[in-house]
Design a protein around this ligand. Structure first.
Ligand code: GLU
Length: 298
């Protein structure tokens, strides 16, 4: 489905010091997250787990599996190889690390690819146990779900054709068509705080990339960490235009009220600096992304 909407109004530059930037100096042609292989050697599957008072953990134990919501078209973050069906990327491995800390091995994880717009509902409906997929912590989302984290901080940016010299910041979007994803924070922000000529929305960022490739949109906007993965795959075709203009704090989406599970995941993150760094270096650094581990305090 394609929706369009015209906007007016002055842009407001969101201030914020970003802990993570993408400079697009990564290995050309690298496909982070697509190389497969897991990082199970970085952790052990916990054998004595006690999460008294976590209804989500009880559900996992009685199902003898963990159901995790993820993305599958975001190289370096949440990616499914179309040929091997193998999943990888920073978010997928964070999900595997959490599962192991709860006593579940990689074979006991069932993945569900869920687009941005459906995340809260899938958690509320109990269709997934947790969600790890470029999921920004926001007060609005916290009305219906909880977050552990943050485990990564990035910011909203712009992706344009490699030969486009006309866009280097959001204020250059006057008269331009910008694509983003339904239910995402970048779509909301570009509409609320800036004045692009028009916006179009799809379920996934790869659909936006196809529109950019075909010339029917001028830019794609979402988090720089996501955009850097696309540029790393096709540096001749796409480039990042300018700096980030928001702060996006990625959290693990959880069923609301499960503070036992939330506290468990936050402790895992805060005690697991070495694992975090290994996952970051493997999955995100090759795309030129820089960053450091934030304190998980949600
Ligand atoms: N982090 C943003 C969000 O949670 C954009 C990425 C996404 O759509 O997953 O809305």
């Amino acid at each position: 489905m394609r929706k369009t909407r015209f906007l007016t109004g002055a842009g407001i530059l969101a201030a914020g010091v970003l802990a993570l930037t993408a400079c697009n100096s990564g290995t050309p042609g690298a496909a982070p997250g697509a190389e497969g292989g897991d990082s199970a050697q970085l952790w052990e599957v916990a054998s004595e787990v006690s999460l008294d008072g976590s209804p989500t953990y009880e559900r996992m134990v009685s199902a003898d599996k963990v159901v995790v919501g993820v993305k599958e078209d975001q190289p370096g973050l949440g990616f499914k190889d179309p040929i091997t069906d193998e999943r990888g990327g920073f978010d997928v491995e964070i999900a595997q690390w959490i599962a192991a800390s709860l006593g579940f091995d990689a074979e006991q994880i069932e993945y569900k690819t869920i687009p941005s717009a459906n995340r809260e509902q899938e958690l509320v409906n109990g269709n997934i146990d947790y969600y790890v997929g470029t999921y920004s912590i926001t007060d609005k989302r916290k009305e219906s779900i909880d977050f552990a984290g943050p485990y990564l901080i990035t910011g909203q940016g712009l992706l344009v054709a490699a030969d486009d010299e006309s866009i280097s910041e959001p204020d250059d979007l006057a008269g331009k068509i910008v694509c983003s994803v339904t239910g995402s924070t970048p779509l909301q922000r570009i509409r609320d705080e800036y004045a692009p000529g028009d916006t179009v929305e799809y379920d996934t960022y790869t659909q936006c990339l196809e529109q950019l490739r075909g010339g029917s949109v001028d830019a794609v906007t979402t988090d720089q960490a996501i955009l850097a993965g696309y540029v790393a795959q096709e540096p001749e075709t796409f480039k990042i235009a300018g700096d980030t203009f928001s702060e996006e704090r990625y959290g693990v989406g959880l069923p609301k009220g499960d503070t036992v599970l939330k506290d468990h995941i936050n402790a895992l993150f805060n005690d697991g600096g070495e694992v975090w760094t290994a996952l970051f270096d493997k999955n995100l650094a090759p795309a030129g992304i820089e960053g450091e581990q934030p304190t998980a305090d949600e």
